[in-house]
Structures are given as C-alpha cells and as structure tokens.
Design a protein around this ligand. Structure first.
Ligand SMILES: Nc1ncnc2c1ncn2[C@@H]1O[C@H](COP(=O)(O)OP(=O)(O)OP(=O)(O)O)[C@@H](O)[C@H]1O
Length: 266
C-alpha cells in the first residue's frame, strides 16, 4: 500500500450547530496497548447525516463505538468527547445515561428473541417506564419513525425473528429511537441487506435526520454520497479528511482521499 503522510490532514469545522464533537480522541487496544486511533478531532452537525468511510481496519468502528462509550470494556479511550458542554469520556459520567442520548444500531440486525412490542418496550421498562398507555404510544411512534409500522401493526405480538433482515434492522432502529436519543450511531447498518431493503433503510434515515443527528459507518461510497451531508475519511487510525460529502467525493484535498474515492487505493 502506498505510504501517505499521516501527519497531514484536512478537517473542516462545520458552520452548523454542533451536536457532538471529539477532541484528540485516541484508542488503545489490548494488553500491549496497540494504538488504533490517533488524535481524531471531529465535530458533527446537528440534524445532519455524517458518513465515516475508509478501508477495512482504518478505525471507523473503533471511533464510532467510542462515541457512546461502547469501547469502555475493551479499550482505553483518551481525549474528549463533548456532548452538551460535558466531556462524556470522563469516568464520572454514567455510561447508561450517555447511551440514552446516543443510541446505536449495529451491522447485523440483532433483535431480541421476543415479540416486536417487547423488543421496543424492554429498555423502556428497564428505564422505569411502566404506564401501559405510554408504552403503547412509544411502540407506535418509534415504529412509525422507523418506517415499519404499516408493515407490522397487525403483528405486534409475533416474534421479531420472523421479520425479514431489512425489517429487523428497522426494528433495531425503532428500538434505539424509542429511548428518544439525540444522536444515532449506525455501524454499517445495511451491509447485511439486499438492495431493496437498503434503499428503504436509506429513505428511513433521510426522514429520521429531521429529528436526529446521525453518524453512520459505511463501506458503500455510493451510499455515503446519497445520504450524508458530511463525510470523514479514515486511514490507518487517522482522520485524513473531513468535509462536505460533495467535496470529499468531487474535490478531495488529500491524496489518500482522492485515491480512495477514485478506487486507486492500495
Ligand atoms: N476488540 C479489538 N481488540 C483489538 N484490536 C481491535 C479490536 N477492534 C478493532 N481492533 C483493531 O483496530 C483497528 C481498527 O479496526 P476497526 O474495526 O475500528 O476498523 P474499521 O475501519 O471499522 O474496519 P471494518 O471496515 O473492517 O469494520 C484494526 O487494526 C483492528 O484490528
């Protein structure tokens, strides 16, 4: 692979209101503390979709998972993660509170082996919501927001495992937004889906971004350019370039970005 100068980068500060930002985020894995993320400083604009792109192993998931402290048990994460004027990477901050505000959807749909309703109410009940009417309303609202309601409204008590992969992934989105988060993190949410389910998921994300700030890891560059406003390009644990998606794909500043988006990478 061609060696790029990793000390150089091009990172813009979006002019919009910022929902979440990281300052010099560094991640170290394992007993020998291998550094997998170096000084990632990015700001994510509110009510926009930001895509994280880069080759396999470039650190996209490592970075994404750090944002709601999913790496706590497997890595040492240094640096600041600023959310509502608080550094949520501080040990004093309760991770369960963080995850109420910053929800996550994973690569493979992972509904619980429970009914559609129970998938959504499980975390709500654990958070102390017991009022039946409120639970019913939250189920309906979140399924509508995740564009799944019309397909499942007559089968709410059937097993979530009987849904198609695309429906399961939208159920996982519904489950995440039932907690009324501010920010949704999605780690390659369409990688296990067929093109029709992928298109439906993308349409859902375009609707959701009216109410949520979305950060999505994707391997699919067409997907990044279809749905995101901003894109960050990662390489070997470094953020090389962060800019408007149109700039990243049409007029990238850095050689590594140019090579990656034109398929001349490696
Ligand atoms: N749990 C872990 N323990 C040790 N090293 C890890 C762990 N998870 C990731 N890494 C390492 O961190 C680096 C970045 O991996 P990461 O999964 O974040 O990249 P990625 O860009 O998301 O890749 P992919 O697109 O294949 O998912 C890699 O070198 C990987 O081996």
């Amino acid at each position: 692979m061609q060696a790029y100068d990793l000390s150089q980068n091009h990172i813009v500060m979006p002019p919009e209101e910022i929902a979440l930002s990281t300052n010099q985020l560094q991640v170290f894995y394992g007993s020998n503390q291998t550094q997998s993320m170096t000084d990632a400083s990015l700001s994510f604009p509110r009510f926009q979709i930001t895509a994280l792109i880069g080759a396999s192993g470039s650190g996209k998931s490592t970075y994404l998972r750090s944002l709601n402290r999913m790496n706590d048990r497997i890595a040492r994460v240094e640096g600041e993660i600023m959310y509502r004027n608080t550094n949520i990477n501080s040990r004093q901050v309760n991770v369960y509170e963080v995850r109420k505000h910053i929800g996550m959807v994973f690569q493979k749909p992972n509904p619980f082996a429970k009914s559609i309703t129970d998938n959504i109410t499980f975390a709500l009940k654990a958070a102390g919501i017991t009022d039946k009417k409120e639970l019913r309303e939250r189920v309906e609202t979140s399924l509508k927001e995740a564009a799944l309601w019309d397909e499942v409204k007559d089968d709410l008590n059937t097993s979530a495992l009987s849904l198609s992969g695309g429906q399961q992934q939208r159920l996982c989105i519904a489950r995440a937004i039932a907690m009324k988060p501010d920010i949704l993190l999605l780690d390659e949410p369409a990688s296990a889906l067929d093109p029709i389910s992928t298109a439906k998921l993308e349409m859902t994300l375009k609707e959701l971004v009216k109410n949520y700030t979305i950060i999505i890891v994707t391997h699919n560059m067409q997907q990044a350019s279809r749905i995101s406003t901003y894109t960050a390009f990662f390489h070997l644990g470094h953020v090389i370039e962060y800019d408007k998606t149109t700039a990243i794909f049409q007029t990238p500043t850095m050689q590594a970005t140019r090579d990656y988006v034109t398929g001349h990478f490696g």
